[in-house]
Write a protein that binds this ligand. Sequence first.
Ligand SMILES: *[C@@H]1O[C@H](CO)[C@@H](O)[C@H](O)[C@H]1NC(C)=O
Ligand SMILES: *[C@@H]1O[C@H](CO)[C@@H](O)[C@H](O)[C@H]1NC(C)=O
Ligand SMILES: *[C@@H]1O[C@H](CO)[C@@H](O)[C@H](O)[C@H]1NC(C)=O
Ligand SMILES: *[C@@H]1O[C@H](CO)[C@@H](O)[C@H](O)[C@H]1NC(C)=O
Length: 422
Amino acid sequence: MWLALLLGLLLSRAGDFLALPRSDCIVAEQLCLLDSICNATYRTLENCDLAKTRFIALDHDSRVRCLNAELYLGNSSLLHCKCHRRMKRQEHCLRIFWTVHSSMTDGYFNLETSPYENPAIEEHWKTDYNELAALVSGSQLAGDATNPCLKATHVCNLSKKCVRLRTEYASICTRGVGSEDTCDRRKCHRGLRNFFEKVPEDFTRRILFCPCQDELCGERRRKTIVPDCSFQYSTKPNCLWLLDSCLEDHICKSRLADFQQNCQPADMSSDGCSQHNHAACLQAYMGMIGTPMTPNYISNSSVEVSLWCTCESSGNQKEKCDQILGMFEGNKCLENAIWSQMHQKLTGLERQKDLYYSPSLSFQGDSASTSLASEMSQVAEVKTQQDTSEHSSLPMASSVYSGAAVSWPSLLLFLSLLLSPL
Ligand SMILES: *[C@@H]1O[C@H](CO)[C@@H](O)[C@H](O)[C@H]1NC(C)=O
Ligand SMILES: *[C@@H]1O[C@H](CO)[C@@H](O)[C@H](O)[C@H]1NC(C)=O
Ligand SMILES: *[C@@H]1O[C@H](CO)[C@@H](O)[C@H](O)[C@H]1NC(C)=O
Ligand SMILES: *[C@@H]1O[C@H](CO)[C@@H](O)[C@H](O)[C@H]1NC(C)=O
């Protein structure tokens, strides 16, 4: 009813599709189905897409039909529609997006085009994170301040939604671990996606990107996503195999396109990212968790992340394989984004509430000065670590880095070829 009203309004106000603002693909599809020509065109594209995913060769007439359908849609709002990261019926929306986009001709489209709305446009809702965090700092638990990962979990435990969804994936993902039967990876992935989609980012970002000083904390951080089930397989597959299984899945393909768009490194950029948006890159990284291409920390003592795959014995595809791996390993944009998140200063509100909720003045004084001192030494420590590692391994680091920067466009080309029509 409401939708019909909205559609009527949109139709009456916009004579042609071009005049419409960018809309979500579900609305754009509805709009298209109301128009008999657009409807027919869209149905044609669906069939082209279907044939493509089943690797059925099209005859000449069908190809022409698909091409004409593309050209016609090039005029409609469907072409410019996007999906929201936390929307209902997200899979349906993404399917529409890829139906329209997978049929584009070579070079017209590449995986750099995220199906997701620009993060800045999506509404941000206020959370009670700071107040809950202050409760934790002010309580006896402040003794754990040296383990920020534990603290982030405590804060999560104070939010009903956060603790519920975290407990949910943890119990799914740990089921079967250690016993004869293996865990259900698909369910574990779904649980993780649910957690990262539904829990406000204030919580998820701090849980995943907590700054650690020791290995105990680092181990906790590495285990956040229950890697035994969600990340590691018995043997490491080839990264191109991992990519293939990702591209077969609308959600994974979409998240990868989003990651590629928002975490694309740029040599000349001071923040390391071509989009200059660290928050968007972290959001895109978190979007990959719970897909067949789930990334994770690979050690207890560093913040390096990677995929569970290898490029050994890739033969003549070695270069392409390294490019896939290089999207996560040694990606300057992603590294910088994680680094800034981990060394983010407490917000003014957080500090203020810290004082306000403290049960005892002397305790508060101690913990505040200790944590401030440790925070500062930590920043200094990581800075020197970064500096030394950059100096000591300069030739290698720079060659890897420039390699990644050069190969990124060709990776896009490669991916677009994979996705190109018959
Ligand atoms: C759209 O196309 C489908 C399949 O061809 C058809 O069943 C349906 O009636 C059409 N709808 C409109 C509004 O034209
Ligand atoms: C695109 O829309 C314009 C104006 O509505 C129309 O004149 C033109 O023929 C359309 N092009 C195609 C390929 O349908
Ligand atoms: C958080 O809650 C879960 C489930 O209730 C519990 O197992 C876990 O120990 C709690 N963790 C912290 C750090 O309080
Ligand atoms: C992390 O630490 C645990 C406990 O010390 C150890 O068993 C595990 O192998 C370590 N993992 C990595 C990836 O370093």
